[in-house]
Design a protein around this ligand. Sequence first.
Ligand code: RTP
Length: 151
Amino acid sequence: MSNTERTFIAVKPDGVQRGIFPEVLRRFSQKGFKLVAIKLTYAKEELLKEHYADLTSKPFFPSLLSYMTSGPVLATVWEGKDVVKQGRALLGATNPLQSAPGTIRGDFALDMGRNIIHGSDSVENANKEIALWFKKEELVDYKAEMYGWIY
Ligand code: RTP
C-alpha cells in the first residue's frame, strides 16, 4: 500500500443530472485524496462492454448499458493511501438499500439500477479502468500541497 495508489471513480448519469457530483468531489477531496484526472463524457457502448466485461451475460446488462449511456458521466481518478478500498467504503454497498447512511449511495440513492456512482473494486481493475477511460496525458502530474498535512 502506497500513497500513490490510484482508483477510478465515475459519477453515473443520474448522479450528474441530480447535481450530486460536487458532493462526491468534496467527500473524496476532504478525506485527503488527490484528484488526478477529471472529465465529463458520454460513455460509448464499446467502452462500457469492456468496463463491465464480467457482466455482459447478465440479464440486467441491457438496462445497465442504457442507464450508463443515458447522459454524461463524470469520470475521475483519485490518488492516495489505500484509495481503492477506502473509495469503495465512501461509496457504500452496490445496492443502495444496503448502503449505510453516511456513504454516498446510503445518503443519495435508493435503487440498484440508479446507484449514482462507480468505484473500482481492486487495484488491478483500477489500473485497467483508468487506462480504459483516460489517455496517459489526461492524468495530471502535480504536487498536492495538502499531502504534508495528511501523511
Ligand atoms: P460499480 O461497478 O458500479 O461500482 O458496482 P459494483 O462493482 O458494486 O457492482 P457490479 O456487480 O459490478 O455491478 C455493476 C453495476 O451494475 C448495476 N447492477 N444492476 N441486479 C441488478 O439489477 C444489478 N446488478 C448490478 C449497478 O448499477 C451496479 O453498480
